[in-house]
Write a protein that binds this ligand. Structure first.
Ligand SMILES: Nc1ncnc2c1ncn2[C@@H]1O[C@H](COP(=O)(O)OP(=O)(O)OP(=O)(O)O)[C@@H](O)[C@H]1O
Length: 224
């Protein structure tokens, strides 16, 4: 699923005293299998750009296209099914009382084949057995991050979008998650989109690096 941004602008609270022009004339495309890093200072618009990539918000002006000519907002569910999204602040993405349901949700919602097997696979890989009956809201930042990433990948999406995936993780889990993401990076069919302030932790990754600066997106280079 190729994603194309054409002259995309995003303004919060337009025509109010709190108006904030966050994204300016964004033109880029993300092809199947690519890894894309989006860097930039605090408040430069990175999270807003990711919300657009998951069709959670609509551009104030400009267009987002899927595979050249399809409008994702006509049927966002259909396209979102192919995407896994882990938020910068995991508690903003959680909505279940138990970790078990949080992880099971996308497996069920997106009708994954062999749901029980997939659930076990994800829980075992991310080492989450001990948390299954606990509330995701009452866990540490690092534990929440693991659950957020596990939930994002549970339905085996084609595109994985991660906002600050390494924040809060201890060294052991950070290593494990980076290794896991490297497999996505190496998989020619899987697209990986990462916003990070810890770019040096992705030293072995290939990909296209963009930088957002006051809402303007520039290509910084390609990592080989
Ligand atoms: N819901 C909102 N209403 C109004 N302004 C907002 C809203 N969300 C974000 N903003 C503002 O838009 C700008 C961009 O925010 P965004 O979260 O996209 O930046 P960011 O690059 O992800 O920052 P950080 O690195 O700190 O996470 C910021 O100035 C922020 O204050």
């Amino acid at each position: 699923m190729r994603m194309i941004f054409e002259k995309v602008e995003y303004i919060y609270n337009q025509n109010t005293p709190f108006e904030k022009h966050v994204l300016k004339d964004i033109n880029f495309r993300i092809n199947d299998g690519e890894t894309v890093f989006i860097l930039g200072n605090t408040g430069s618009g990175k999270t807003t750009l990711l919300y657009l990539l998951d069709f959670l918000i609509k551009p104030t002006s400009g267009k987002i296209w899927i595979d050249d000519f399809r409008d994702p907002y006509e049927n966002p569910y259909e396209y979102r099914k192919k995407i896994g999204f882990s938020f910068q602040f995991p508690e903003r993405q959680f909505f279940s009382e138990k970790v078990r349901d949080e992880i099971y949700f996308s497996i069920k919602n997106f009708e994954v084949e062999n749901p029980k097997m997939r659930f076990k696979e994800v829980v075992n890989f991310f080492d989450l057995n001990e948390y299954l009956d606990r509330s995701p809201f009452q866990l540490s930042g690092g534990e929440q991050r693991r659950i957020a990433i596990a939930s994002a990948v549970a339905h085996n999406p084609d595109i994985l979008i991660l906002d600050e995936p390494t924040v809060g993780l201890d060294r052991k889990n950070e290593k494990k998650i980076i290794q896991y993401l490297k497999k996505w990076n190496d998989d020619a069919r899987k697209t990986l989109i990462i916003v990070t302030h810890d770019f040096e932790k992705f030293v072995d990754f290939k990909g296209i690096v963009y930088e957002l600066n006051e809402g303007i997106l520039r290509k910084r280079g390609v990592k080989h």
